[in-house]
Design a protein around this ligand. Structure first.
Ligand SMILES: [Zn+2]
Length: 90
């Protein structure tokens, strides 16, 4: 991700519109090369920071939480199986 503070990349600025509002890009703006190029104008950055970022963080955390829960339940199941297994005579 690159934050462009001005209109220094003239070709880029005039080739693309904001990925969110389709408005013209003028500095400052964000250029993010992820699975596709996203160019976000300063106005949309202001809107996004109000909730979109936290929604993305929450959404990204759901699979991680599910995986942690799955591993926890697997450990508990294994522990229960060890505790209930018949003991061998000594
Ligand atoms: Zn925009």
């Amino acid at each position: 991700m690159t934050v462009m503070s001005g209109d220094e990349d003239f070709a880029l600025v005039h080739r693309f519109a904001c990925s969110f509002c389709d408005g013209p890009i003028r500095g400052p703006y964000v250029l993010w090369n992820c699975h596709r190029d996203l160019i976000i104008c300063a106005t949309c950055c202001g809107h996004i920071k109000e909730g979109f970022i936290s929604d993305i963080i929450v959404c990204a955390g759901i699979p991680e939480s599910r995986e942690r829960a799955r591993r926890f339940l697997k450990r508990m199941k294994n522990r229960r199986a060890r505790n209930t297994a018949p003991r061998s005579p000594s």
